[in-house]
Design a binder for this molecule. Structure first.
Ligand SMILES: Nc1ncnc2c1ncn2[C@@H]1O[C@H](COP(=O)(O)OP(=O)(O)OP(=O)(O)O)[C@@H](O)[C@H]1O
Length: 305
């Protein structure tokens, strides 16, 4: 379990993380989402004791990272797929990591097998594809059999097979009762991988919800085509709908479903030539939630800050 309490990080005038509080629970895959510059990497680095918070705390199973005696056994992290020296083999890289944490070579063989790299264990990492380097990173994170696994942008740049592999690996880690947190700036990458989402913008928490709840919250509307626009607008408004008009003269009704619109139009003898229920995608909902933070970021970039 990961717990953030009013976690804050300031760099001079920039508040990268702003009084962030949330919990990441075991047994589910949690996505940590936000537009570029939202503060995801800074937050993860504070969880791992790599950055010192300005105030507040990031706790792993109730303790700050610095207080954990054998960190690799409690938290495994992949912050950068290129952390391994290109001249080393996968085995040598992991064996060095294992040795410095008092872990035996048998475990190295086990994790290489677990991530599907057993066949290339003695090949140079420099010749590995991004997908293979990502697997190696995960092998390193799993060496100490930790209860908490953190991954920063693990699917960035991966092909479809690589994404599928990460997805099923993270699901099985969560099913084993581990706490799994992965960051991304793209909802589309997360939608099929995570159960819960924590969305941040400008260092603040915007949403802490499940993907299922987010799907349910889509604002559904109905596109209505009628030759008697004004009359139908009146009928639907009286039904409680919010009605707007498209550039093509169609109506967009929010707050009533298509059958209710059809019935009301029939009762008023208004012809309806088209009735199309529409729903936003998960990506649309996410972009709307984070638009203010993304625009703020764009304005800073435009000012050259
Ligand atoms: N060492 C630093 N010094 C000054 N500002 C920093 C530093 N590290 C991060 N920042 C700023 O803090 C904010 C958050 O950055 P961070 O890298 O944590 O965001 P992110 O959500 O991980 O973004 P991305 O998706 O682009 O990786 C940004 O405004 C960034 O410019």
């Amino acid at each position: 379990m990961i717990e953030l309490r009013e976690l804050t990080k300031r760099y001079g005038d920039t508040t990268a993380v702003d009084r962030l509080s949330f919990e990441v629970r075991p047994g589910v895959v949690t996505g940590f989402l936000g537009p570029n510059g939202a503060g995801k990497s800074t937050t993860m680095r504070m969880m791992l004791g790599l950055h010192r918070p300005t105030s507040g705390a990031a706790l792993i199973d109730g303790r700050r990272y610095a207080e954990i005696r054998h960190p690799l056994h409690e938290v495994g992290a992949v912050l950068d797929a290129d952390a391994a020296h290109p001249g080393r083999s996968a085995f040598t890289h992991l064996a060095a990591l294992a040795r410095s944490n008092g872990i035996g070579k048998t475990r190295v063989t086990e994790v290489l097998d677990q991530v599907g790299l057993a066949g290339v264990a003695h090949k140079r990492v420099g010749g590995f594809s991004l997908g293979m380097r990502q697997r190696l990173g995960i092998a390193g994170a799993l060496l100490g059999d930790p209860a908490v696994v953190l991954l920063d942008e693990p699917v960035n740049g991966l092909d479809a097979a690589g994404i599928r592999w990460i997805r099923s690996t993270l699901r099985s880690l969560a099913a084993q009762g581990r706490t799994v947190l992965l960051s991304s700036h793209l909802m589309s990458e997360m939608a099929l991988t995570v159960d819960r989402v924590l969305i941040i913008g400008r260092g603040r928490l915007i949403e802490d919800t499940s993907v299922a709840e987010m799907r349910d919250r889509f604002e559904r509307d109905v596109l209505v085509r009628t030759p008697r626009v004004a009359e139908l607008t009146g009928v639907l408004t009286r039904l409680g709908a919010t009605v707007t008009r498209t550039g093509d003269g169609d109506l967009i009704a929010v707050g009533v479903d298509a059958p209710a619109i059809g019935d009301a139009a029939a009762a008023a003898s208004i012809p309806v030539h088209g009735l199309t229920p529409r729903s936003a995608t998960l990506e649309d909902v996410y972009l709307e939630m984070t638009s203010e933070a993304a625009e703020y970021r764009a304005s800073l970039t435009a000012e050259g800050r």
